[in-house]
Design a binder for this molecule. Structure first.
Ligand code: NAD
Ligand code: TYD
Length: 377
C-alpha cells in the first residue's frame, strides 16, 4: 500500500491527477493537500470525493509543521507536487505571492519530507518526491520559421493534425534555464531547490517540465477557457500584441498519464520534458475556438470573429515555447493520445455544458480582478 500526497489537487491539472490515481489505484491512500486559493475548487472532484482511498486536507504548503505532521500521520511515501501560483499575468502584478508559494512552499515541502523520511529506519528507500514544473523555465525560443515547418518528430497525436513547428530549436532537458516572468523565475527556483535536495541529501526526486495544458476544469483566466467563455457571451477577446506568440498545447489527461508513468517508472534525479509537438500561434487557436463555439451553439460559422480585440502586449511576453519530449517517448514509451482538434472539441463542449461551474469559479473576487486587469489594456 502506498500513501501519496498530491499537492494542488483541487486545481486544474492536480484534479485530473487525483482523479486518475483514485480510480486507478484503489489500494493507495491518496491525500489531496490544497490551500483552496481562487484557483482551487473542490467542485472539480465531486465524482471521486466519496471514495474510500481519497482524503482532502485544506493546508498551505508553506505550513512546514502542518505538512510534517500530516506526512507522519499518513505515513506518506510519495509526494506529487503541483500546488503553485500558475498565472503569468498575476505574477507580473504580484511577484511576492509567487515567490512565497512556489519557492518557499516547495522548500517547506522538501524539508518536511526530508525530516520525516530521515526519521524512518529505511530512510529514503522506496520514497519519491516528484515536482511538476513548466517549460517556461527555459525562456523563449526564436521563431525562425514564421510560416511553419514540419517538425523532426511525429507522434500518434500529431500525425495528420496541425503540427507545424515555428523554429528549428526545441526545449530539451539539458537546456540552460532562462526564465523571464516572475512566474517562470519562481518555478525555476523551485526546480533548483528540488535538485539541490537530491544532490545534497540524496532525496529521491524527479522533475518534469511540461508545455501548456488545456482541457476541462482549467480556471477561466487562461487563454483557452477564458476565450471559450467570452465567445459564448459575446465579450471581447483580448489578444495580446499581434497574436503571433506560439505555445505548444497538450491535453491535460495526457499530462496526467505522463505523471502517473513517471511517478512509477521514472528514474530518480532525472528530468523529463512533456509536450505534444503541437505548436500553435495564439491567433490561429483563437480562430479554431471561435469556429468551434459558433458551430456548437448553432451560430453562423465565423460570426464571432469580430470579437477579436488586439490589446497591449503582456510585459516580457515569451515568443515561442516548443517542447522536445523525445526522451520521455524513448525511455518510458509515453505519447500524447489525442489529436488537438479532438481535444479542443471535447474541451469546448465541456465548457459549454458546464456554465454553472464557470459562473461559480468566476463569481465575486475574480470578476473584480478580471475587470481591473483588462480595463487599462
Ligand atoms: P492551478 O492554478 O489551476 O492550481 C493550483 C492549485 O494549487 C490550486 O488548487 C490552488 O488552490 C493550490 N495552491 C496554490 N497555492 C497553494 C499553497 N500555498 N498551498 C497549497 N495549495 C496551494 O494550476 P495548474 O494549471 O493546475 O498547474 C499545476 C502545476 O503544474 C503548477 O505547479 C504549474 O506550475 C504546473 N504546470 C502548469 C501548466 C499549465 O499549462 N497549466 C503547464 C506546465 C506546468
Ligand atoms: P496563458 O493561458 O496565460 O498561458 P502562458 O502565458 O502560461 O503560456 O496564455 C497563453 C498565450 O495566450 C500567451 O501567449 C498569452 C496569450 N493570451 C492572450 O493573448 N490573451 C489573454 O487574455 C490571455 C490570458 C493569454
Amino acid at each position: 500500500m502506498r500513501s501519496v500526497i498530491i499537492t494542488g489537487g483541487a486545481g486544474f491539472i492536480g484534479s485530473h491527477v487525483v482523479r486518475l490515481f483514485v480510480n486507478k489505484y484503489p489500494d493507495y491512500n491518496i491525500i489531496n493537500l490544497d490551500k483552496l486559493t481562487y484557483a482551487g475548487n473542490l467542485d472539480n472532484l465531486r465524482d471521486i470525493e466519496g471514495k474510500p482511498n481519497y482524503k482532502f486536507v485544506k493546508m498551505d504548503i508553506c505550513d512546514f509543521e502542518g505538512v510534517l505532521a500530516l506526512m507522519k500521520a499518513e505515513k506518506v511515501d510519495g509526494i506529487i507536487h503541483l500546488a503553485a501560483e500558475s498565472h503569468v499575468d498575476r505574477s507580473i502584478k504580484d511577484p511576492f505571492t509567487f515567490a512565497q508559494t512556489n519557492v518557499m512552499g516547495t522548500l517547506s515541502l522538501l524539508q518536511a519530507a526530508k525530516t520525516y523520511w530521515e526519521s524512518l529506519p529505511e530512510g529514503f528507500d522506496g520514497k519519491r518526491f516528484y515536482h511538476i514544473s513548466t517549460d517556461e523555465v527555459y525562456g523563449a525560443l526564436e521563431m525562425t520559421n514564421p510560416e511553419g515547418i514540419e517538425p523532426p518528430f511525429t507522434t500518434k497525436a500529431s500525425s495528420g493534425s496541425h503540427h507545424l513547428a515555428y523554429g528549428s530549436k526545441f526545449f530539451t532537458e539539458d537546456l540552460k534555464y532562462q526564465p523571464h516572468s516572475p512566474y517562470s523565475a519562481s518555478k525555476a527556483s523551485s526546480d533548483h531547490f528540488v535538485r539541490a535536495f537530491h544532490d545534497t541529501y540524496g532525496m529521491p526526486t524527479i522533475v518534469t517540465n511540461c508545455s501548456n495544458n488545456y482541457g476541462p476544469y482549467q480556471f477561466p483566466e487562461k487563454l483557452i477557457p477564458l476565450f471559450i467563455n467570452n465567445i459564448r457571451h459575446r465579450k471581447p477577446l483580448p489578444v495580446y500584441g499581434k497574436g503571433e506568440n506560439v505555445r505548444d498545447w497538450l491535453f491535460v489527461e495526457d499530462h496526467a498519464r505522463a505523471i502517473d508513468l513517471i511517478f512509477h517508472k521514472g528514474t530518480i534525479a532525472e528530468t523529463y520534458n512533456i509536450g505534444g509537438f503541437n505548436e500553435w500561434k495564439n491567433i490561429d487557436i483563437i480562430k479554431v475556438l471561435i469556429n468551434t463555439v459558433d458551430r456548437l451553439l448553432g451560430r453562423a460559422q465565423g460570426e464571432d470573429m469580430d470579437l477579436i480585440t488586439y490589446v497591449t502586449d503582456r510585459a516580457g511576453h515569451d515568443l515561442r515555447y516548443a517542447i522536445d519530449s523525445t526522451k520521455l517517448q524513448r525511455e518510458l514509451g509515453w505519447e500524447p493520445s489525442l489529436q488537438f482538434e479532438e481535444g479542443i472539441e471535447r474541451t469546448v463542449r465541456w465548457y459549454l455544458d458546464h456554465q454553472a461551474w464557470v459562473d461559480n469559479v468566476t463569481s465575486g473576487e475574480y470578476q473584480k480582478y478580471y475587470d481591473s486587469m483588462y480595463k487599462n489594456r
